[in-house]
Design a protein around this ligand. Sequence first.
Ligand SMILES: Cc1ncc(COP(=O)(O)O)c(C=O)c1O
Length: 421
Amino acid sequence: MATLWSSRYAQRTQRMGRSMIRELLELTTRPDIISFAGGLPAPELFPVARCQEAACRTLTEHGSTALQYGPTEGFLPLRQFICDRISRYGIAANPANVMITNGSQQALDLIGKLLLNPGDRVLVEEPTYLGALQAWNAYQAEYVSVPIDDDGLRTDLLESALRIGPKFMYVLPNFQNPGGTTLSESRRKALVRLSNKYGIPIVEDDPYGALRFEGEHIRPLVALDVDYQRSAGLNGHSFMEGNVIYLGTLSKTLAPGLRLGWVVAPFDVVEQFVMAKQGADLHTSNFTQMLAYEVIKDGFFDEHIREIRRVYRERRDLMLDAMERYFPEGCSWTRPAGGLFLWVRVPGWIDTAAMLPEAVEHCVAYVPGSAFYVNPLRGCNTMRLNFSNARPDQIETGIRRLGDLLKAKLAGQHTEVTAHA
Ligand SMILES: Cc1ncc(COP(=O)(O)O)c(C=O)c1O
């Protein structure tokens, strides 16, 4: 029934519709369905007992601060902890460069609030993180897409896209969501060079960087940008004054329910973020920030991340192995060196969005790849599979079900073709 409200929504809400895919994916929460659709961490790895102790300690020792309003920038010891950790990757930030957010999703929303006028273009990878598109659609953004391949963003195609004049580039260099790909070092350097050449800044979203299963960590764009600027004599300082805003989160390394993420940026940009966040929620919960800090300080975090990597690596290998055995010829997939996802390409005529209801009937689910494209008519024969959340036995069964469905589709096409022959 139409209410008085229905004629009063702002224009921007026209871009905020619920997608059909989301409706379908709601079905996948049924207990009989093995879902590779969500981006969920393995819940059995959440350090529940340690969180319980930390909550008690926080309330006992710092209860009056934890339950009080706090600074918009966030809890200082947590911001210092983040600086210490990212220094391992060559990012020289101090707490004044860091603002805590309600997950990195809030950071994406605040970026839209700060930077996007209606009609402004954002350069995104194709495919890219759906949540970023959702955040910026609400600010009436337009997009310029540049495809990715096994080495991440195709920097060889970047220059013509940059000439269109996007406001900024949004890049996921490590174990991309949804592609599972990692941007090679040479492409990172090319990207930073082009960013400086065209004066177009970068938002580097790195929720998965700590979850590398093999190979060497590659320097983040934010650090390479500082190197570049120094070598070009553009900026003599080691602190962050460059063209990159870097986003991180505790969602994949501790627990997404805590809703703790962060923005690392030049100080003057952080000041703008602080003003934008004040209007949104004043600050992120003091209690959860203090609780998380209690949990991760004292060396526990490294140990915990090692365990997550071990388990996810095992699950990735199980999924890859099961796909080799059960998927029909004509399918290909990425082999991510970390993170939570892999990306599958099926024969061109199979529409994975149209196939999803059948998959749900077979009690298995995935996200159709078109959801991650700015133009939903692209990527129709692709899908994203999550390997972190399902248990090993579910991975085997779920991939077998999906493989059987794909084989039946291929056999069906064969029958159709011979029937028409
Ligand atoms: C690339 C990317 N960015 C941001 C987020 C949001 O994470 P959170 O808000 O939980 O920190 C996700 C979550 O899956 C993601 O994959």
